[in-house]
Design a protein around this ligand. Structure first.
Ligand code: PLP
Length: 392
């Protein structure tokens, strides 16, 4: 039966605010309204709330508060790491992958177009795994031929196909070649534990709305022992001169509360969400024998447990898939593998060798509020939509 409230299976796009987070934010939207840069008591109260939030984030990530800078979200944090490190260190070469989020890919492509850098893309295989021997070759070439340092930006968890990168391995390779290493950790922050005392990274990032916090707030971790960058956003002296602009105070407090909750409940939520993902894989495989899954997303133990990228049989349904799911009151995303002429084209799928543009693609992404009934409804709906192909 069609549910009365739409089923939300798009948690990699954004997540529902946790009511505990809202409770933490409300005082900063009402009685605690001072400007944190003001030295009077109204300002000081709010400044204290920001610094408490910074301490919460830094202690969860096992680093120092001086290495956490609040931003307007993941996109700004990625831009800051990339643009400010290139600017500060005069870097002329960057390495990334074709599977990055546009916050990284478009930023680097823009810098390449301006002539500021030369951009190299690391090779990938059919499942979207990065070729780390190729990464080393690119780093070696840049060091030996141009005597130059590189910036490496490779994501920790892919938002479309769920692939995960071994940050330790890549970080160690970067250190051998004295490269600066930024990783877009937007999809893993709040879902996996990051221990920054041990991770060989220079920059990682977080975005509040991906882990049941508010939208429009994120943070950048800067490894203070290894990198010192110029600001990206100039203006006031906020964020210790690193990011001008009056702080999004309730956002910052909400983000810290949301991260605290995800760390507190992570094991139980991971188990719950992993169970939902397994259930969807098993039920789809049982009822749709030609179903395939993209990237590593069906490898439940070794991918983002929140993401499943499904490849459906070729059909005249393919173009209408997301629309048909929406009509059935299921919110999911993904889109076709064909990027020409379609606003739903996925550059990630299009970059994967061997993807068949005739098939239908949908990304389901799960969260703590999803239920087994919702998964069953989504599976039944997909099976219903593809009934004609299944009896062929
Ligand atoms: C991997 C990745 N990086 C960056 C972003 C951008 O984050 P924000 O929405 O906070 O700007 C997203 C959000 O979709 C993402 O999934």
């Amino acid at each position: 039966m069609k549910p009365t409230v739409a089923v939300y299976l798009d948690n990699a796009a954004t997540t529902r605010l946790d009511p505990e987070v809202l409770d933490a934010m409300l005082p900063l939207m009402t009685e605690q309204f001072g400007n944190p840069s003001s030295i009077h008591s109204h300002g000081r109260t709010v400044r204290t709330a920001i610094e408490k939030a910074r301490k919460t984030v830094s202690s969860l990530l096992n680093t120092s508060p001086a290495e956490i800078f609040f931003t307007s979200g993941g996109t700004e944090a990625d831009n800051t790491a990339i643009r400010s490190s290139i600017d500060t260190y005069g870097l002329t070469h960057a390495i990334t992958s074709p599977l990055e989020h546009h916050a990284v890919l478009h930023t680097l492509q823009h810098l390449e177009k301006q002539g500021a850098i030369q951009l190299s893309l690391v090779n990938i295989d059919a499942n979207g795994h990065f070729d780390l021997a190729h990464l080393e070759e690119l780093l070696r070439q840049n060091r030996d031929v141009y005597s130059a340092r590189s910036l490496v930006s490779l994501m920790h968890g892919n938002n479309e196909i769920g692939n995960m990168l071994n940050l330790n391995r890549v970080g160690e390779i970067c250190r051998v070649y004295d490269a600066i290493f930024h990783s877009d950790t937007v999809q893993t922050m709040g879902h996996f534990r990051h221990n920054l005392q041990q991770l060989p990274v220079d920059f990682i990032v977080g975005s509040g709305h991906k882990f049941h916090g508010p939208k429009g707030v994120g943070f950048l971790y800067v490894n203070a022992e290894r990198v010192k960058i110029h600001p990206f956003m100039y203006g006031g002296a906020q964020e210790r001169n690193m990011r001008g602009g009056t702080e999004n105070v309730y956002g910052i407090v909400g983000l810290a509360k949301a991260l605290e909750i995800t760390y507190r409940d992570m094991d139980a939520h991971r188990q719950h969400i992993t169970g939902l993902k397994r259930r969807m894989i098993e039920r789809l495989q049982a009822q749709m024998p030609t179903i395939q899954f993209n990237g590593d997303s069906a490898d439940v133990e070794n991918s983002l447990y929140t993401v499943l990228n499904v490849s459906l049989p070729a059909s005249d349904m393919s173009d209408m898939l997301l629309f048909s799911l929406d009509i059935a009151r299921i919110s999911a995303s993904g889109g076709s593998a064909c990027s020409s002429g379609s606003s739903l084209g996925s550059h990630v799928l299009a970059a994967l060798p061997g993807i068949d543009p005739e098939r239908g693609y949908v990304r389901f992404s799960f969260g703590k509020y999803n239920t087994a009934d919702e998964i069953d409804y989504a599976v039944d709906t997909l099976v219903g939509l593809y009934q004609k192909e299944l009896v062929k």
